[in-house]
Design a protein around this ligand. Structure first.
Ligand code: ZN
Length: 187
């Protein structure tokens, strides 16, 4: 039996937040202020509730945990042990294979996006919105404009492949993308 059960949704979701916070504790975002990494998964989960209207504890826990296997020492087994097989599978769906080159991983995200489950698509949409939203003319500081524009184009391609998943989240993504592109265009 997993340590936590989605039958107690608040406890389940907060346990995922606590687990992710501990795993990401030494990591920072790329911004100048070196924002704690955990701000990102929390923002993704919060967007799913605020814009996506999501209350499903499996999706929200997986959103909080979505970068633990990819970016920390966390194993899929550990996720299953605490949060069960559904969260494990969902996190695995949104985890890139780090044995591949960065280019290949990006290509695969576009290619495999339509194969994602509905829940994984929701996390993907919120994740891309948050990442695009974090990318401003000044942040991350060490990224040249062209790299930011390429990132926007790539994120748009991934989202286009899963169009029709969730209108409100997609509209939020498009608006965020438009705002961030406009900010860069003025430079
Ligand atoms: Zn992410």
């Amino acid at each position: 039996m997993p340590t936590f059960s989605p039958d107690s949704p608040a406890a389940f979701i907060l346990a995922a937040a606590d687990f992710a916070a501990r795993k990401h504790t030494a990591q920072r975002r790329r911004d100048t202020a070196k924002t704690p990494y955990i701000n990102h998964p929390v923002a993704v989960a919060a967007l799913l509730t605020r814009v996506g209207g999501m209350t499903d504890p499996i999706t929200l826990a997986a959103a909080l945990l979505h970068d633990t296997v990819e970016d920390t020492e966390t194993t899929p087994e550990e996720i299953e042990e605490h949060f069960g097989p559904d969260v494990r599978t969902l996190v695995a769906e949104v985890t890139d294979d780090k044995s591949l080159t960065k280019e290949e991983r990006k290509r695969q995200q576009i290619e495999h996006a339509p194969e994602l489950s509905h829940r994984a698509r929701l996390i993907k949409l919120a994740d891309k919105s948050c990442n695009v939203g974090d990318m401003t003319p000044t942040e991350p500081k060490d990224w040249p404009l062209v790299r930011k524009r390429e990132y926007f184009d790539w994120a748009e391609q991934v989202v286009t492949r899963i169009q029709g998943t969730h209108p409100a989240l997609e509209t939020h993504f498009r608006r965020t993308l438009q705002t961030q592109r406009a900010a860069l265009a003025d430079l």
